[in-house]
Design a protein around this ligand. Structure first.
Ligand code: PLP
Length: 387
């Protein structure tokens, strides 16, 4: 009998893609499904970015590029940190990858051996837990608490860290909760990292999608040999299909990232990187417009969900997700998700798809039109009232 590796059996998957496959099946049968499961902006990539990529394509930028990304893009990322956070980043410390996701894999492969202790937020983006399990990490979950606006309790973090901690992962602003970690807690984390000598991997892919003032990046507080920052083009510039992301890494780790990149994908795609340079350096009004629209939708979802008996949500501070508390309905997250999809034609994600502390919640992505939001929340109301 042929057998797969044991490691691959430990690999998880991602709810959004699994649900999309189910939705496509239902749609093929003629159902009209409202999509609240999507994790990508419903806007098109801005024209100036597309134009820059077309130009590069026409000029023959169709071959392999440097495995860490083209220099001009690495420099543009470095300038981004000066502009937005007043932090000096050397382009040598920038690694461009195939989407932020490839760099989650590479970071974990670079740092973690079997049995190493890693603190991972829960609920959280499924790739962290999946890849950590794949490499056999000893995962300690850090619960995100609704009572803390879906940040963690700093005392809980303190009780988990020790000399054995190799890595702490944070995601800020968060998927799936829309929560933001307060600056004081980031400062405490930086102190703990110094005391115990662990790496901090801060996934800041939603750093520009914030609604209530300036975002505090971890890089502003602790740019040192233990800090790795992840970001990318997918969310801010509606470029999910371009597959480009970046990390800022300590210089001594760059050759390790390079070796892993060469082994996994050789280099990030070449002509899209020219579009990405334009994304960072060109006009930013499309980002401002998108965030303004998301904010309107966030306020709408917040108001309408809280009007429904037995449902509640805290106001998201960033990203484009509402994490709705459904625990008073008497249904599990999965039951709620299934009933809503198969009986009311609305696709959301079950909170439990993001880890055990996501039980009792569903995730609604409001990266969809006001019209869809109104119709979909209406159907959710009808379902909850029927219970
Ligand atoms: C928290 C978080 N990190 C990373 C990613 C990866 O995005 P990409 O690979 O498109 O850059 C996502 C995508 O949904 C995300 O939500």
């Amino acid at each position: 009998m042929l057998k797969m590796s044991e490691a691959v059996e430990r690999l998880g998957t991602e709810g959004a893609f699994e649900v999309l496959a189910k939705v496509k099946e239902l749609e093929a049968k003629g159902k009209k499904i409202i999509h609240f499961q999507i994790g990508e902006p419903d806007f098109d990539t801005p024209e100036n970015i597309k134009e820059a990529a077309y130009r590069a394509l026409k000029e023959g930028q169709t071959h392999y590029s440097h495995s860490l990304g083209i220099w001009e893009l690495r420099s543009s990322v470095a300038s981004y940190y000066k502009r937005h956070y007043d932090v000096n980043v050397d382009p040598e410390e920038v690694v461009i990858g195939v989407g932020g996701k490839s760099l989650i894999l590479i970071t974990i492969l670079a740092l973690i051996d079997k049995g190493d202790e890693v603190i991972c937020p829960n609920p959280s983006y499924p790739a962290y837990q999946s890849i950590l399990s794949y490499v056999g990490a000893n995962i300690k979950f850090l619960p995100l608490r609704e009572s803390k606006g879906f940040s963690f309790d700093i005392e809980e973090l303190k009780s988990l860290v020790s000399n054995k901690t190799k890595l702490v992962i944070i995601n800020n602003p968060q998927n799936p909760t829309g929560g933001i970690i307060p600056k004081e807690d980031l400062m405490e984390l930086a102190k703990l990292s110094e005391k115990y000598g662990f790496f901090v991997f801060s996934d800041e892919i939603y750093d520009r999608i914030v609604y209530d003032g300036k975002f505090d990046s971890y890089i502003e507080l602790a740019k040192n040999d233990r800090t790795i920052i992840l970001n990318g083009f997918s969310k801010t510039y509606a470029m999910t299909g371009w597959r480009l992301g970046w990390v800022i890494v300590p210089r001594f780790l760059v050759p390790v990232y390079q070796k892993l990149a060469i082994n996994v994908y050789s280099c990030p795609p070449t002509f899209p990187q020219y579009g990405a340079i334009e994304a960072l350096n060109g006009p930013q009004d499309s980002v401002d417009m998108m965030v303004k629209e998301f904010k309107k939708r966030r306020d709408f979802v917040f108001e309408k969900i809280n009007e429904i008996k037995n449902l509640s949500m805290v106001k998201p501070k960033g990203a484009f997700y509402a994490f709705v508390n459904i625990s008073k309905t008497g249904l599990s997250s999965k039951q709620f998700f299934e009933k809503l999809l198969y009986e009311y034609d609305v696709a959301v994600l079950s909170g439990s798809a993001f880890g055990k502390y996501g039980e009792g919640y569903i995730r609604i992505s409001y990266a969809t039109s006001m019209e869809n939001l109104s119709e979909g929340i209406g159907r959710i109301k009808k379902m909850v009232e029927s219970l």
